[in-house]
Design a protein around this ligand. Structure first.
Ligand code: MEV
Length: 437
């Protein structure tokens, strides 16, 4: 393999030529595969090329929809971008299940975002506290040019606090800032504010007569936090236990096993991780379809799942006075303006499909998608088992892998209506059908 200098400066064509010549036995075929996914519309392709760096092709994910979601008495069709089979089907099933039982209820509990200036100060804390008190109005004043527009709409910086972290790291302090960013996810806004705050803080410390040269604070970094435990949404479903199944005994058994399954995920991290992964199947798919940052959402959700000190289920379930309740509180920092939201045509379409939601509305929809996904997973796990549904969907992937024709597809699907789907069983039947012909 050859090292290359100045790769980013090459044209797209040149990048592809270098890449395919140096990494593939059949460079022409590799080039054709990359080109297969280019958009014919040059303007649209250029838009995608420019989302990130060194773009050589597009990576498609299926864009599916899950209809019939009743959320706070409004019906939604939820867009989902995900490659895993069964996820959209499971979401649709859960939506249908709750449709005639009052649907989902969702409520935003808080919308606070966080950012921090991390710095060292090697003198008396008291001195720093006095300086902070003196400089705080100026920190807010000098960031006004950035916060002005956000403030007009009701947002902005909501607090700046000095936090002493010297018990954990010698000389380490923070300016812990909170923000209201309304319909924007707010990462750029928060980071710009923080960098200005750090600049003013350093500048004013330089002018401050009570600090000697050695006592100047040293800013280490300024960055938003993706942990937003005060940007919280709650989603919930409930119904009388008997409504969970046409047969009362089955309904009671189902409710009992479901609640036990959640209890297990509450105390057992090995199970909790898989349990929460299932929740994130629903959440990430909607987050991606609506152009939001799924890495930030993932990182935050898992940190929140560990808030007690041990990793635990994000969902809760109970049976009280004959009522089955299933709910989740989850922090979600989402935006419906800025970022990709107006740039990416499919993201725009996804947001229009959701009736152009505010960030708060989107928090509710995404939380519901996560709760629905977990409901569907636990319902399968505690009744038929997960593989029945999974393998039925996976059957299609195996058929595609073998480039099965329409007749083969029909015969194979018919066969597996009454037989257990396994990878080897599917391969065997395709082979035997082909041998017969
Ligand atoms: C698979 O992607 C997700 C599940 O494993 C989640 C769960 O076990 O709860 C089905």
């Amino acid at each position: 393999m050859q090292q290359i200098k100045g790769f980013s400066k090459l044209s797209k064509e040149e990048k592809i030529t270098w890449l395919t010549k140096n990494h593939f036995s059949n460079s022409q075929k590799a080039k054709e595969t990359l080109q297969l996914y280019w958009n014919k519309d040059e303007k649209l392709q250029k838009l995608h090329d420019e989302f990130t760096e060194n773009t050589v092709s597009n990576y498609y994910l299926p864009f599916g929809v899950a209809p019939n979601f009743l959320i706070n008495n409004e019906l939604y069709t939820i867009p989902m971008a995900i490659e895993e089979s069964s996820v959209v089907a499971a979401a649709s099933n859960a939506a249908k299940f709750w449709l005639d039982k009052g649907g989902f209820k969702a409520e935003v509990l808080s919308t606070q975002k966080v950012g921090q200036v991390h710095f060292n100060f090697a003198a008396e804390t008291k001195k720093l506290e006095t300086f902070f008190h003196h400089v705080k109005p100026q920190l807010i004043q000098e960031v006004k040019a950035i916060t002005k527009n956000m403030e007009k709409r009701g947002g902005g910086i909501t607090s700046i606090e000095l936090r002493n972290k010297t018990a954990e790291i010698e000389n380490y302090y923070q300016l812990h800032c909170t923000f209201e960013t309304l319909d924007a996810m707010g990462a750029n806004f928060i980071n710009t504010c923080l960098e200005q705050i750090a600049k003013t803080f350093t500048h004013e410390a330089n002018l401050y007569a009570n600090f000697s040269e050695e006592e100047q604070p040293e800013v280490i970094m300024s960055i938003l936090s993706n942990y937003v435990p005060e940007c919280l949404v709650k989603a919930e479903v409930s119904c009388p236990v008997e409504q969970l199944s046409p047969n009362v005994a089955d309904a009671k058994k189902f409710a009992h096993k479901f609640v036990e399954a959640v209890k297990i995920a509450k105390i057992e991290p090995y199970r909790a991780v898989t349990h929460n992964k299932g929740i994130m199947n629903g959440i990430d798919a909607v987050v991606l379809a609506t152009g939001n940052d799924f890495r930030a959402i993932e990182a935050c959700a898992h940190a929140y799942a560990s808030k007690s000190g041990s990793y635990s289920s994000l969902t809760d379930a109970s049976i009280e006075n004959g009522i089955f309740r299933f709910w989740m509180e989850i922090p979600l920092a989402l935006g419906t303006v800025g970022g990709l939201t107006s740039l990416h045509p499919l993201v725009r379409l996804a947001l229009e499909m959701l009736q152009k939601p505010s960030a708060k509305d989107l928090m509710k929809i995404v939380a519901v998608a996560g709760l629905a996904q977990n409901f569907a997973a636990l319902r399968s796990l505690t009744t038929t088992g997960i593989q029945q549904g999974h393998m039925k969907m996976h059957l299609m992937n195996i058929l595609n892998q073998f480039e099965a024709n329409e007749t083969e597809r029909q015969q194979v699907v018919e066969h597996f209506k009454s037989n257990t789907v396994t990878h080897s069983a599917v391969v065997e039947i395709i082979k035997s059908l082909r041998n017969e012909n």
